[in-house]
Design a protein around this ligand. Structure first.
Ligand SMILES: Cc1ncc(COP(=O)(O)O)c(C=O)c1O
Length: 428
């Protein structure tokens, strides 16, 4: 292994977490990202990989998109973060643009630096505006690791060591409207869901789920909070995933791809009616670097690129090609792929058992693809390349997947280490 790469892994293990390095290594993910370019990333040892993880859908316009890099250079020459207590031209312009592209009557914005912060504010706003305590969320949902967001974590392992967290958080099965109807009442401030669960294993809910949630919320006075942090900005073939069902939430959170792979920025977008709660106290929620002037310039450029290149429509077209390739693979390897999931460029392969997630990541890295199994459901391989992908690169991906699954089934690769336990590879 190249010296610089080994040094980075050693320093990471010594000063950050050795177990993380071991787990990544076992899954062939001891990659030190070096050059980053569009849909590709290069390991420090020079290997080129098609990036199908994209930091869980953070690089929709591609990595280091040249237009974004130029806009950032230009912004760096004249701006900095800006003074968060003052009004700024960049923040105002981005807020107006987000209002323009958001569904329905979502027209007011609070900026943050990351997804968890956006969700935290969404739930603060829901409680503050309704003066109700209850928040309903879903099993295997993922909304980040900050306070309110962590309280809504669908996976116990993330939450339990930190309890007691926020009170009155109630968890129900994702996709189950009857379960929701059973817990939403006049004490419910918010129902928080992802339109498609990302970390939960690329789970698309049954048709009518979001519409049903909308109706339950409207009837009970609870607020519908949709977390579009992974699904937003064209990922599923529409600007936002809720548009597939024509549903408008009361509050929507966005982050990840809004930063164009270059800056940290998130936004909580909500109705003018809810904004009434903030008007008497405009300083009730603050973030020093949330919506920094530099980040706003980048985010505006991201939206401009998506609009001017027709990236949402392109993602829809590429998504059709991707899903047809993945379905072909399922026919080729029914013993490995139980189901092809997802919508547009947010795809998942449900594999036959949990060990196959890390094993397939390992094999894929040997076939020139960086892909990482789902955090909350390791038997699901996530496939979420940059939306600027072209047909030839989808062909490359399908061929790589075919070779990697063949290798995995024939037993190539290491034993899989998971949370400190080294497990034998299951025999075919
Ligand atoms: C749906 C969803 N919500 C929230 C978050 C948290 O975002 P962040 O890691 O920026 O806090 C994530 C991160 O993966 C996510 O996928």
């Amino acid at each position: 292994m190249e010296l610089a790469k080994q040094l980075a892994l050693d320093q990471y293990a010594t000063h950050i977490n050795p177990q993380k390095v071991r787990v990544l290594k076992a899954a062939g993910l001891d990659i030190i990202e070096s050059r980053r370019e569009g849909v590709w990333v290069y390991d420090a040892d020079g290997r080129r990989l098609l990036d199908c993880f994209t930091s869980a859908g953070s690089f929709n316009v591609g990595r280091r998109n040249s237009e974004i890099v130029s806009a950032m250079h230009e912004a760096v020459d004249r701006l900095d973060h800006g003074n968060f207590l003052l009004c700024s031209r960049e923040k105002a312009e981005l807020a107006a643009k987000l209002a323009e592209i958001s569904p329905g009557n979502l027209s007011c914005v609070m900026f943050g630096t990351g997804g968890g912060e956006a969700v935290d504010f969404a739930l603060k706003l829901a409680r503050g505006a309704t003066r109700r305590p209850r928040v309903v969320h879903t099993v295997n949902g993922y909304h980040g690791h900050t306070g309110f967001a962590l309280s809504a974590a669908g996976r116990d392992a993330y939450r339990l060591p930190f309890e007691p967290l926020m009170p009155e958080f109630v968890k129900v099965d994702y996709g189950d409207l009857d379960a929701m109807a059973g817990v939403i009442d006049s004490n419910t401030a918010a129902v928080l869901v992802e339109p498609i669960q990302g970390e939960g294993g690329i789970r698309v809910p049954p048709d009518g789920y979001l519409r049903g949630l909308r109706d339950l919320c409207t009837d009970s006075g609870a607020l519908l909070v949709l977390d579009e942090i992974q699904t937003g900005f064209g990922r599923t073939g529409t600007w936002f995933a809720c548009e597939h069902e024509g549903v408008v939430p009361d509050i929507m959170t966005v982050a990840k791809s809004l930063g164009g792979s270059m800056v940290s920025i998130s936004a909580t977008i909500f109705t003018e009616e809810l904004r009434e709660f903030l008007i008497p106290n405009p300083f009730i929620h603050l973030s020093t670097f949330g919506g920094s002037d530099l980040a706003c310039v980048v985010a505006l450029k991201v939206i401009e690129i998506i609009e001017s290149t027709g990236l949402v429509e392109h993602a829809a077209d590429m998504g059709i090609m991707l899903h047809s390739g993945l379905s072909r693979l399922q026919g080729e390897y029914p013993e490995a792929i139980l189901e092809v999931r997802g919508r547009g460029m947010m795809a998942g392969l449900k594999l036959a058992d949990d060990s196959m997630g890390p094993r397939l990541s390992y094999s894929l890295s040997n076939h020139g693809v960086l892909a990482i199994y789902s955090g909350n459901e390791p038997s699901v391989m996530r496939i979420m390349p940059a939306l600027v992908i072209e047909p030839a690169e989808i062909d490359f991906l399908i061929e790589a997947l075919s070779g990697a699954i063949g290798d995995m089934l024939s037993g190539k690769g290491p034993a899989v280490e998971d949370g400190g336990r080294v497990r034998r590879r299951p025999q075919r």
